[in-house]
Design a protein around this ligand. Structure first.
Ligand SMILES: Cc1ncc(COP(=O)(O)O)c(C=O)c1O
Length: 470
């Protein structure tokens, strides 16, 4: 494709995206496609000859029934997966410039813009300046990196000897049973094994019980294990519960453990000083991660990984093949040594565009709007008979259940799944049913870019109509 053709088609595609965003509110939130529906529309074999791309816009439009609209104002599922249009431009630019980070020299701008934007975010989050940042693809990868760091911390770099296999004492990881599945996966991939991952009990607010944690560490030491890592969830995926980071940092210090803080979704809220008490003690962490690609508005994929122990991280992750060495080494950051992939995208552009276009105050304002909307919904539930909150509303996630009078817990479980699926299938709004301590509940996550009070009110109206129809 020539730059001239690129311009022509590019303008059309920008129009397509802009029109999509303007009309998304009128589309059914959940894709109504059946398995195979979209595939049927697509040729089974690749084009042998170049095709004329002028028809590509209508081809893409054909796929629309196969989209679930995360950017819809009544998308209340999982977490806000916001994709701010300014950040879309940063993403496009990243691809268009085709920069590739292999070492500093391969794109000084890519490296130095990443240093600057991660530091801007650090300031906005109120993290100490000893915390150095890097952009990774996802929280899952970042937690894997963190647990690899933990493993090497506890073994004084076993990787330079026989690795984990040569260690005498098995290493253990401690995490709440409410933590995200990516933590267990990361621990397994980092070589821990199921028998050494402690999934610990939570309290009535679904946060890790510190007394249980402390006892588990002591029991493991007595049995000959070597405690290695603590993972704090701030907040959890199901209910946005916050583990007590201060207490976990105290234990990490006492037993010389690596403390990893997973703030994938809720970390965005820490740009609001009035919410920072929720991760109080975070300066005692060894690694902290958050996903600006969730509530903050950066286009997926964009995870921030901070550590005050960047030298340790670099030692664990570094490779130094001769073809990547340059005379600038020693004076510059080589981000390939801060994570798993060698080649790196120019992801900082997504954050840079977002921050410049919204300003910190614009971001704070939007998050505060969502928090107010969540408080409003919480108040409605509290005031309405037979509705109950199953977890405290700490941020923008509201978790509830409708108890049909006289119905058994098991039947309420079935009914919950039924009325939620009616709402989801209607296309009007989308919610996530989830199991909490063995019972089905409904998780309403408020915070899509377009979600206003009237959308939350319309959802509440529909929830009452459906749930109370039994
Ligand atoms: C607390 C928490 N950790 C980790 C993840 C995984 O995020 P990612 O998709 O970036 O790997 C999620 C995603 O929902 C999450 O809520």
């Amino acid at each position: 494709m020539t730059p001239k053709d690129f311009k022509k088609l590019g303008y059309e595609l920008i129009d397509l995206i802009a029109d999509y965003r303007e009309t998304v509110k009128d589309l059914p939130v959940l894709s109504q496609a059946k398995p195979g529906d979209i595939r049927k529309l697509l040729p089974a074999s690749p084009p042998e000859q170049p095709e004329n791309l002028t028809g590509i816009v209508s081809e893409i439009k054909q796929l629309e029934p196969g989209f679930t609209h995360f950017q819809h104002p009544r998308f209340f599922g999982y977490f806000p997966a916001n994709s701010e249009l300014s950040s879309v431009l940063g993403d496009l630019l990243s691809s268009g410039l085709g920069q590739l980070g292999l070492n500093w020299q391969s794109s000084p701008a890519l490296t130095e813009l990443e240093e600057v934007t991660t530091d801007w975010l650090r300031q906005l989050l109120g993290l100490p300046d000893s915390f150095k940042g890097v952009i990774q693809d996802t929280a899952s990868t970042s937690s894997l990196v963190a647990l690899q760091c933990a493993r090497e911390w506890a073994t004084n770099h076993s990787q330079t000897r026989g690795g984990l296999q040569a260690e005498e004492q098995p290493l253990t990881v401690y995490v709440s049973s409410q933590s995200h599945s990516s933590i267990e996966k990361a621990a397994l991939l980092a070589g821990f094994g199921r028998d050494t991952i402690r999934l610990l009990e939570t309290d009535e607010n679904h946060a890790l019980r510190i007394d249980v944690l402390e006892q588990a560490i002591k029991d493991d030491i007595a049995k000959g294990f070597k405690p290695c890592a603590l993972v704090a969830a701030t907040g959890t995926t199901a209910t946005t519960a916050f583990d007590n980071v201060t207490e976990m940092a105290r234990l990490a210090k006492q037993y010389n453990l690596w403390l990893h803080v997973d703030a994938a979704m809720a970390g965005s809220a820490m740009i609001l000083p009035e919410y920072r008490h929720l991760w109080q003690g975070v300066e005692g962490a060894h690694s902290v991660i958050l996903n600006p690609h969730k509530w903050l508005g950066a286009v997926f994929d964009c995870t921030l990984f901070y550590t005050p122990y960047s030298e340790h991280l670099i030692r664990v992750m570094s490779t130094n093949p001769s073809y990547l060495q340059t005379s600038a080494d020693g004076q510059v950051t080589n981000y390939r040594d801060w994570g798993i992939p060698l080649g790196r995208r120019f992801r900082a552009l997504k954050l840079w565009f977002l921050l410049k276009s919204e300003g910190a105050e614009g971001l704070r304002k939007r998050l505060r709007r969502d928090l107010e909307n969540a408080k409003w919904l919480e108040a409605q539930i509290k005031e309405t008979a037979n509705w109950k909150l199953v977890a405290p509303v700490q941020l923008q996630t509201v978790c509830m259940r409708y108890d049909v009078p006289g119905m058994s817990e098991e039947d309420v479980d079935k009914w919950t799944l039924e009325w939620v699926s009616r709402i989801n299938n209607s296309g009007f709004a989308y919610l996530t049913p989830a199991k909490l301590k063995g019972r089905w509940m409904v998780h309403v996550s408020i915070g899509s870019l377009l979600t206003e009070r009237e959308d939350v009110a319309a959802l509440w109206q529909l929830m009452q109509t459906e749930a109370e129809s039994k």
